[in-house]
Design a protein around this ligand. Structure first.
Ligand code: C2E
Ligand code: CA
Ligand code: CA
Ligand code: CA
Length: 274
C-alpha cells in the first residue's frame, strides 16, 4: 500500500488486502454508512469462571461496499475527530439495547449483558445521560444488562462532570467497566470515586503473562486492587489455554479472548453459545 501523507489512513479488510484512503474519503464514506446501513455489530463472548458465557462485548465493523470489512481502528478515530462518532455511537447503543430486549424474552439469555464501547466524545457530551436513558426506555432493555466500557484517558478531563454522569446512569442500573486498564496515565486515587463495576485488564499484559514477570506482577496487582475495591476484574485478549490457566491460578474470574471466541456476527455468536 502506498502512503498518501500524514492524513493517510490504512484500510485493511479481513483478507488483509491493503488499500489507502484519505481522511476526507473516510468522512464522506461514514456519512453514507449510517444511512445505507453499512455498519454491523459483532459480538465477542465474555465468560465467568464456572458459569460459561455471561455476556458479550459489542464491536463495530464497517462493511464497506468496495473496501470490504473495515476494522474500527481505521475509522473510529476519524469519526471521533469529525464528530460523527455521536451518531454512530447512538446507533450502536440502540442496536445493543434492541438485542438485550430480544434476549430478555428467553430464559437462557435473559441475564446476558452487553458491553458497549463509549467514546470520549459521547461521554463528554452534555446529552449523554438523557440519550442512554431514552435508548433504554425506547428499547425496553433492562439497564442492569447494559455495561458501558470507558477508558482511563477519557477521565483525564472534566472528571467531576464525568463522575456525575456515571452516578446518574448507575442510579438507573447501568454498569461501567474501565477498559484497557493499566495502560493509562491515571492516578489510582480517583478509582475510589468512580462508580465502576469492573476493571478490564488490557490484553498487552495478558499476552506476555507467561514470559514477562512484570506483566504477571501487574495482573496480580490489578486483581488485588479489584478485590480491595470490590470491583470485578475481567482479562481480555486470552488466546491460549496456558494463559487461561495462569489467570485462573492468579484468581481471575472473568475472561474474554480468542481462546473462548472471536468477535462474530450475531448468528454465529448465538450458534457458538449453544
Ligand atoms: P477494545 O475495546 O479494546 O476491544 C478489544 C479488541 O481486541 C477488539 O478489536 C477485539 O476484536 C480484539 N480482541 C479480542 N480478543 C482478542 C484476543 O484474544 N487477541 C487479540 N489479539 N485481540 C483480541 P476490534 O474489534 O478491532 O476493536 C478495536 C477497538 O475499536 C476497540 O478496542 C474499541 O476501542 C474500538 N471500538 C470497537 N467497537 C466500537 C464501538 O462500537 N464504539 C467505539 N467508540 N469504539 C469501538
Ligand atoms: Ca472495549
Ligand atoms: Ca480493551
Ligand atoms: Ca510486556
Amino acid at each position: 500500500a502506498k502512503d498518501r501523507g500524514r492524513n493517510g489512513v490504512r484500510f485493511f479488510n479481513q483478507q488483509m488486502q491493503a488499500d489507502v484512503s484519505s481522511r476526507a474519503d473516510i468522512v464522506n464514506g461514514l456519512r453514507l454508512a449510517l444511512a445505507q446501513q453499512q455498519f454491523v455489530l459483532h459480538f465477542q463472548p465474555q465468560l465467568q469462571r464456572d458459569a460459561g458465557v455471561v455476556g458479550a462485548e459489542v464491536l463495530i465493523r464497517w462493511q464497506h461496499p468496495t473496501e470490504g470489512m473495515i476494522a474500527p481502528a481505521h475509522f473510529i478515530p476519524v469519526a471521533e475527530s469529525s464528530g460523527q462518532i455521536q451518531a454512530i455511537g447512538r446507533w450502536v447503543l440502540q442496536q445493543s439495547c434492541h438485542q438485550l430486549a430480544e434476549w430478555a424474552r428467553w430464559p437462557e439469555t435473559a441475564n446476558w449483558y452487553l458491553a458497549v464501547n463509549i467514546s470520549a466524545r459521547q461521554l463528554h457530551s452534555s446529552g449523554f445521560v438523557a440519550e442512554v436513558s431514552k435508548v433504554l426506555q425506547d428499547s425496553g432493555a433492562r439497564p442492569q444488562c447494559l455495561v458501558l466500557e470507558i477508558t482511563e484517558s477519557q477521565l483525564l478531563q472534566d472528571i467531576d462532570s464525568v463522575i456525575a454522569k456515571m452516578q446518574q446512569l448507575t442510579a438507573l442500573g447501568v454498569r461501567f467497566s474501565l477498559d484497557d486498564f493499566g495502560t493509562g496515565y491515571s492516578s489510582l486515587s480517583y478509582l475510589k470515586r468512580l462508580p465502576l463495576r469492573q476493571l478490564k485488564i488490557d490484553r498487552s499484559f495478558v499476552r506476555d503473562i507467561l514470559t514477562d514477570p512484570n506483566d504477571k506482577a501487574i495482573i496480580k496487582t490489578i486483581l488485588a486492587l479489584g478485590q480491595s475495591l470490590e470491583l470485578a476484574v475481567i482479562a481480555e485478549g486470552v488466546e491460549t489455554d496456558d494463559q487461561y490457566q495462569k489467570l485462573l491460578q492468579l484468581g481471575c474470574q472473568q475472561f474474554q479472548g480468542y481462546y473462548f471466541g472471536k468477535p462474530e456476527s450475531l448468528d454465529v455468536f448465538m450458534k457458538n453459545c449453544k
